[in-house]
Design a protein around this ligand. Structure first.
Ligand code: 5GP
Ligand code: ZN
Length: 143
C-alpha cells in the first residue's frame, strides 16, 4: 500500500500518531477531526496515500464513498442532528491543507453559522454553451 512517510494522515493510519478512530476496513479509515467545526466532525480517508481525490483510482474513491451513508448517519445520530455537509476539498486553492485526500462529514444545526459564501452569478449570453462545450471536449480527450 502506497504511503508517504511525511504525511500526517498516513501516520494516523499507521498508529504512529494518535487519533480517535471511529471506523476502519481494509481500505478506509475514519477518525475525529482534531479541529472540529462541530462535535462529531469526522474525516474519512483511504488508507493508501493519494494527495488529491483526482489522483486516486475510481475504485478506491468508491470504497471510501461507500462508507459515507453509514458514517454520516452514525455521526448525525450520535450528536442528535438531522443534517450534515459532506465536503471534499481538492487542491490548496479549494482549501485542502492536508494532502492526503479526505472527506469531511460535518454535522449541521440551524443557526450554527457554518456554510459557504455561495456567491451565485449568472452566465452572460452564450457563455454557458461555450463552457459546456469545453467540458464535453475535456471529457472526450481524457477518456
Ligand atoms: P483540509 O483543510 O485539508 O480539507 O482538512 C484537513 C483537516 O485535517 C482539518 O479539518 C484539520 O483540523 C484536520 N487535521 C489536521 N491535522 C490533524 C491531526 O493530526 N489529527 C486529526 N485528527 N485531524 C487533523
Ligand atoms: Zn498520506
Amino acid at each position: 500500500m502506497k504511503r508517504d512517510p511525511g504525511c500526517i494522515f498516513c501516520k494516523i493510519v499507521a498508529g504512529e500518531i494518535p487519533s480517535l478512530r471511529i471506523y476502519e476496513d481494509d481500505s478506509v479509515f475514519a477518525f475525529l477531526d482534531i479541529g472540529p467545526l462541530a462535535d462529531g466532525h469526522l474525516l474519512v480517508i483511504p488508507k493508501e496515500h493519494h494527495e488529491r481525490m483526482d489522483s486516486a483510482s475510481p475504485d478506491l474513491i468508491a470504497a471510501v464513498a461507500r462508507t459515507l451513508p453509514m458514517l454520516s448517519k452514525a455521526v448525525m445520530s450520535a450528536v442528535g442532528v438531522d443534517a450534515c455537509n459532506i465536503l471534499l476539498n481538492v487542491g490548496r486553492t479549494a482549501g485542502q491543507e492536508v494532502l492526503h485526500m479526505h472527506f469531511h462529514i460535518i454535522p449541521r444545526t440551524s443557526g450554527d453559522g457554518l456554510g459557504y459564501r455561495w456567491m451565485a452569478k449568472k452566465y452572460p449570453a452564450g457563455r454557458a454553451d461555450e463552457v459546456a462545450s469545453r467540458l464535453r471536449a475535456a471529457l472526450e480527450s481524457d477518456n
